[in-house]
Design a protein around this ligand. Structure first.
Ligand code: F6R
Length: 615
């Protein structure tokens, strides 16, 4: 999703902005641009595609002309919403070569503003919604307003979710910034200040960060950051010290961030476990803070992979704690009038903590009177700040667009919640709790063993890489894994893939089966495996290429499968309960290797963004 970076008060500001934009690359973008002031003129350089193209363009422009004496610059990576991917639509957007704006989000009422501005004589050069912003600034500056007054008038005109930074030749030592629902961080320096879409994009410049709150705007110069709330009252916002995460943007010898992040799971998971398991048999989650009143229904809402984690969580909580759980896609929940009958608590799940759909669902739940909790990876993100209680996955920065280690980390917390609730409601005994804890403690080594299956999975990937469509099947706890496997595969390999509950095949999807269509089933012995194998047999009889990823007993029962990947044998009473952790690994590795075979951009797949800050 779009990324915004700005620097004021440092020489070679443009170079520093580019450094920041590089750190936002992982979010996904299709064009980039930068504007700076030097020699009394506003210079704008933009390019389509990757940042390397912008850097080339920048190097073509004489340093004397653009960068060396510039100490103010704003930059942007654009993920197209309004208007095609081209240089004209890339940001910064300008007005009369005097005002430049970079913007993340959507100005919902841009059409009526645009029509008015056109009749006032302003010429639009792009198809974007953003272009109304520089023209509105220009209009209000021409009317004699200072930069702060002009910015406030602009804010009165616009509606939508946004975070933007504006600069003007008339006020060459000031930046005007504002946010509403889209994230924005301000960094404090010595005789310099910075702005970024997240703290990481400016952590090469400072570690002192302020997050603006919704409706805030600020006027920034090299000495001061003056912040105002929606009522234009001067406000203080907390300064947070962040630790620069050294080495964050290196692939550590792996070919892709996604691969590195898949292989990080055995080391990431022990860290989460150690936060939540005390003395090897106690779960350290404050259930009172989660806001349960008796055995009320829990609502869980999320998007994409985080939603599939929620689905697994539902199955676990219902099974282990006998507590009803409703799961809702965040993008649907916020636009409904949902009933909260019997509910007191809501849990949202988000790696980035910035998905707008999930944030809006959380706000909706809050308005409806629910106690809001969050499982987030990014501490200090908007969802983290707005939830009453947050549980952190602390999986480290996830740079690959496809969610991998954050999925399994979310599962760990959901599992802990389920077990803790089970104990609270006397469904899980102390003896079981101890057994479960000891298995959880051995989960990292089980995941490491699963990763050893890479070569077998790679050979399956080579065999299915040219398929037009791939079907994933699972039952029970492995149904959400079938959905996740299909999502992972389609988003990075661009092969059409669908996940189904195995038992649903006969109700429609079986019509999709034709000769050689790959059908991948995740299966462990759970007492219902024979039914799942019958579902698989039905696909086999119609010519499907069958790939079974399963434990030894299940594999023995399906000799007809074309490819059999046997998962390591884990001796535990809870094998089927914990199977989502294990099957996440082949689901991720299969998608990764199919994408690699096809040569796609694994870390930044087309059209996708790491944190989806538009609706
Ligand atoms: C899939 C993927 C997305 C995200 C979804 C929610 O691999 O990464 O489906 O899971 O956009 O993102 P978060 O968890 O950041 O709210």
């Amino acid at each position: 999703m779009c990324g915004v970076v700005a620097v004021i008060g440092k020489q070679n500001a443009s170079d520093l902005v580019v450094e920041g934009l590089k750190k936002l690359e992982y979010r996904g973008y299709d064009s980039a641009g930068i504007a700076s002031v030097s020699g009394g003129a506003l210079h704008t350089i933009k390019s389509e595609g990757k940042l390397i193209n912008l850097i080339e363009e920048l190097s073509k422009v004489s340093k004397a002309n653009l960068q060396s004496d510039s100490s103010i610059a704003i930059g942007h990576t654009r993920w197209a919403t309004h208007g095609n991917v081209n240089v004209k639509n890339a940001h910064p957007l300008t007005s009369e070569s005097k005002v430049a704006v970079v913007h993340n989000g959507i100005i919902e009422n841009y059409e009526s503003i645009k029509n008015q501005l056109i009749s006032d004589g302003y010429v639009f050069k792009s198809q974007t919604d953003t272009e109304v912003l520089p023209h509105l600034f220009m209009k209000y500056i021409k009317l004699g307003n200072n930069f702060l007054q002009a910015g406030r008038l602009v804010l009165k005109d616009i509606k939508g979710a946004f975070a933007f930074v504006a600069m003007s030749l008339d006020f060459p030592n000031e930046l005007f910034v504002s946010r509403n629902s889209s994230p924005l961080a301000i960094g404090l320096g010595e005789k310099s200040n910075f702005v970024g879409s997240d703290a990481h994009s400016i952590d090469h410049l400072t570690q002192r960060i302020i997050y603006l709150e919704d409706g805030d705007h600020a006027l920034i110069d090299l000495d001061n950051v003056r912040i105002f709330n929606i009522n234009e009252e001067n406000v203080d916002r907390k300064i947070i010290n962040i630790k620069a995460e050294i080495g964050l943007i290196t692939k550590g010898g792996y070919r892709h961030f996604m691969e590195k992040e898949i292989f990080e799971q055995p080391s990431v998971i022990p860290q989460i476990i150690s936060t939540f398991i005390k003395n090897s048999y106690e779960i350290n989650i404050d259930l009172n803070k989660l806001g349960f009143k008796n055995k009320n229904t829990l609502l869980i809402s999320a998007a994409g992979t985080s939603y599939y984690a929620a689905m697994v969580g539902k199955y676990w909580i219902e099974q282990l704690a006998d507590l009803p759980v409703i799961i809702d896609l965040a993008s649907e929940y916020r636009y409904r009038k949902p009933s909260v009958f019997g509910q007191s608590a809501m849990l949202v799940i988000s790696q980035s903590g910035e998905s707008l759909d999930t944030l809006m669902a959380l706000r909706h739940g809050k308005e409806l009177g629910l106690n809001t909790n969050a499982i987030v990876n990014v501490e200090g993100s908007t969802i983290d700040r707005e939830a009453n209680y947050s549980l952190y996955t602390r999986a480290g920065a996830e740079i690959g667009v496809a969610s991998t280690k954050s999925f399994t980390s979310q599962l760990v917390i959901l599992f802990m919640i389920a077990v803790a609730l089970g104990k609270k409601f006397n469904i899980v005994t102390q003896e079981q709790l101890q057994k479960i804890c000891s298995y959880i403690l051995s989960l990292p080594s089980a995941i490491a063993e699963m990763l050893n299956m890479e070569n077998e999975i790679k050979s399956v990937a080579q065999n299915i890489k040219n398929a037009k469509s791939i079907i994933f099947l699972g039952r029970g706890l492995l149904y959400p894994l079938a959905l996740e496997g299909a999502l992972k595969l389609k988003e990075i390999s661009y092969i059409h893939a669908e996940g189904f509950a195995a038992g649903e095949m006969k109700h429609g999807p079986i019509a999709l089966i034709e000769d050689q269509v790959p059908v991948i089933m995740f299966l462990v012995s759970d007492g219902n495996e024979d039914k799942a194998i019958s579902n698989l047999q039905e696909a086999y009889s119609r010519g499907a290429k069958i790939i079974l990823i399963a434990d030894r007993d299940c594999i023995k029962k399906a000799p007809f499968a074309h490819y059999k990947i046997e998962i390591p044998n884990f001796e535990t009473d809870f094998k089927s309960l914990l199977s989502p952790f294990l099957m996440a690994i082949p689901a991720q590795l299969l998608a990764y290797h199919v994408a690699n075979e096809r040569g796609t951009d694994v870390d930044q797949p087309r059209n996708l963004a790491k944190s989806v800050t538009v609706e």
